[in-house]
Design a protein around this ligand. Structure first.
Ligand code: 5GP
Length: 346
């Protein structure tokens, strides 16, 4: 047994130190970024926020709403080929720049991806998502996918350490999804004791990825716009959101009404709700590692998005970054033992 004594930090452990700036207004800040992805050689420009590939968040309706703001959606893996075709037939031109096809790592999964890619060659992004990206099988699957679809951008995860980020990039992935256990409806840390504080995971994984010309997504743990800024400040190229985009008109999940209040169900993809829905229940060799919660209905997602983007723009003005690209270069985090004043917070 060994203990690593280096302190690892989460979003709540830090704040940005303000810096002198020549920016006059947050309207001067551009949140768009352009990337060239190393293995596929695809170029991309947009606002690098992503809706999570959960069936309550990564819906076609969400993709249509977010693409208008050049924001990306990792579409969940439970849509059929027919549903994909119907969606793409009616979707606006250019939608393919802002959506990924999500997949697991089974034989049926790779067949479905192959069928989708041959029916709709305009699709560019494949998100290979497993709870634990540390298995040899996963690395082999990423290699096979890259070989089968060399010109597609492969997103792969989840992992939290630099050496695994490097291995996946060398296996053919372009963007590595980083985060084990920080999610709002995740119970991995409770059920297994496994995890890594998200801010440190981003800092370490971004360093590893950027050294090889790869990119990372910070996935999970953002509860407020300030957390999204902190993820970018720490070095994330993209930030993926589940809970913050749940409960909207465009989100999935059943609507329930209680005492005159409307809620939408939001659940983890390893929760018993999701497993009952998609896999005929929780297999008896595993525990559910996700919660099911009711989220008060939030209306159309546009307002939430504007609130998040406004927050990030403001962070950029506080540290003097005129573009999102400069944010991490201009970031000095201070360690704190307090966050916001909660006198009037329930
Ligand atoms: P959030 O933005 O809600 O904090 O985190 C969203 C992320 O939580 C997702 O993108 C995914 O990585 C993770 N997640 C979603 N469902 C589950 C689950 O059932 N169990 C675990 N461990 N993580 C989940």
């Amino acid at each position: 047994m060994r203990i690593e004594n280096d302190l690892k930090l989460g979003f709540k452990d830090v704040m940005f130190r303000p810096k002198r700036s020549t920016l006059k207004s947050r309207s001067q800040v551009s949140l768009e970024r352009s990337f060239r992805f190393k293995n596929s050689n695809v170029t991309w420009t947009g606002t690098p926020i992503m809706a999570a590939n959960m069936d309550t968040v990564g819906t076609f309706e969400m993709a249509l709403a977010l693409a208008e703001k050049k924001i990306f959606t990792a579409v969940h893996k439970h849509y059929s080929l027919e549903e994909w075709s119907n969606f793409l037939e009616k979707a606006p031109q250019g939608i393919e720049n802002f959506i990924a096809v999500s997949t697991g790592t089974g034989e049926a999964d790779s067949q479905k991806v192959a069928a989708l890619m041959s029916a709709h060659p305009q699709l560019q992004f494949i998100c290979i998502d497993v709870a634990n990206g540390y298995s040899e099988h996963f690395v082999a699957f990423v290699k096979e996918m890259h070989k089968a679809h060399p010109s597609k951008v492969i997103i792969a995860g989840n992992v939290v350490t630099g050496e695994m980020v490097e291995e996946l990039i060398l296996a053919g992935a372009d963007i590595i999804k980083v985060g084990i256990g920080p999610g709002s409806v995740c119970t991995t840390r409770v059920k297994t004791g496994v995890g890594y504080p998200q801010l440190s995971a981003i800092i370490e994984c971004a360093d590893a990825a950027h050294g090889l010309g790869g990119h990372i997504i910070s996935d999970g743990g953002c509860a407020i716009p300030g957390d999204v800024s902190k993820a970018f400040g720490a070095g994330a190229d993209f930030v993926m959101l589940g809970g913050m985009l749940s409960g909207h008109e465009e989100s999935g999940g059943d609507t329930v009404e209680e005492d005159g209040v409307t809620y939408k169900l939001f659940y983890g993809m390893s929760s018993s709700t999701a497993m009952d829905k998609h896999s005929g229940g929780v297999a008896n060799y595993r525990a559910s590692e996700g919660k099911t919660v009711k989220v008060a209905y939030k209306g159309p997602v546009e307002e939430t998005v504007l609130d998040i983007l406004g927050g990030i723009r403001s962070t950029c003005t506080y540290v003097g970054a005129s573009q999102l690209k400069e944010l991490s270069k201009r970031t000095t985090f201070i360690r704190v033992s307090e966050q916001e004043n909660r006198v009037y917070t329930k």
